[in-house]
Design a protein around this ligand. Structure first.
Ligand code: PGA
Length: 275
């Protein structure tokens, strides 16, 4: 059984040993600090690659336990080390797995011949899905039938695992501030800070860059049996702290804070969180 293995536990400090022995040697002196804030498991790894390896271990453990699991994957910079790890693990059997992703850009009405950005379908193919078997569901193919995408995800008591990043403004997928915990898969206007974060000044000023996206809603994300949230880099520390601070109730201003209501949430960071 491929599971995260606690080889030493001393109060809040655990040393985690890699169960696969492949990839980065997490057990090689990399201490992970775990805390419990309102039932959330917070794990601090040594760096972004260690976060990616740990996340990959969670995926590997699920595939061992339930080969036909449904898994929802994120895009962005944060999960790149996880994808690099997963695509170099040929022992993983994805054949029965059902693979989804969280969101997709909607090109502007005056769509240029060649998009000046990468779609999330292209991203998922490049990072993982072109390397593995499994049934792949691209949200962009369901743009006129969001309910059908959600139904696929919810089949067989899914989703088993949803993996998330967090936006600088607390968004989850493209559930921008103002998104409620009951929100469903839908078209949404991207917040200016999201356009800035993803496309920089060029994306803000030039046409051809998306102003809208489709996103899974918080309700479907919260329906997952397990949620893994990855946050790396000091730029994400403040918003992650704000989202999971147990003294602040979940609220519309920070959609990530709705995740505190989930009973099986693991937050993996490469920075400390203080509660
Ligand atoms: P990032 O994006 O991983 O590129 O920082 C995360 C997000 O916006 O959800």
């Amino acid at each position: 059984m491929m599971l995260l293995k606690t080889v030493q536990a001393n109060g809040m400090i655990e040393t985690i040993q890699p169960s696969t022995g492949r990839s980065n040697q997490l057990g090689d002196g990399n201490s992970l600090v775990t805390q419990d804030a309102s039932g959330i498991q917070l794990i601090q790894a040594s760096d972004a690659q260690a976060v990616g390896t740990l996340a990959a271990e969670h995926v590997a453990a699920l595939l061992e336990e339930k080969p036909d699991a449904s898994i929802v994957f994120p895009t962005g910079k944060t999960p790149l080390p996880m994808y690099k790890t997963l695509r170099h693990w040929p022992h993983l059997d994805w054949r029965q797995t059902r693979l989804f992703h969280l969101d997709e850009y909607v090109p502007p009405p005056q769509r240029p011949k060649v998009l000046p950005y990468e779609t999330y379908e292209q991203y998922m193919r490049r990072e993982l899905w072109d390397y593995i078997a499994g049934s792949k569901y691209f949200l962009g193919h369901y743009i006129h039938d969001f309910a059908a995408y959600e139904q696929e995800i919810l089949k067989n008591d899914g989703p088993d695992l949803v993996i998330l990043g967090i936006g600088n403004n607390g968004h989850i997928a493209f559930n921008e501030p103002g998104s409620s915990p009951d929100s469903l898969c839908r078209l949404i206007d991207l917040a200016p800070e999201t356009i800035q974060a993803n496309f920089g000044a060029e994306g803000m000023q030039r046409s051809g860059y998306p102003r809208q996206a489709v996103t899974l809603g918080m309700k479907t994300i919260l329906a997952a049996k397990k949620i893994l949230l990855l946050a790396t880099g000091s730029g994400k520390q403040g918003i992650t702290q704000q989202a999971f601070d147990p003294s602040t109730p979940p609220n519309l201003n920070c959609p990530a804070s709705w995740l505190k209501q989930h009973s099986n949430l693991v937050v993996l960071t490469d920075f400390a969180l203080c509660f």
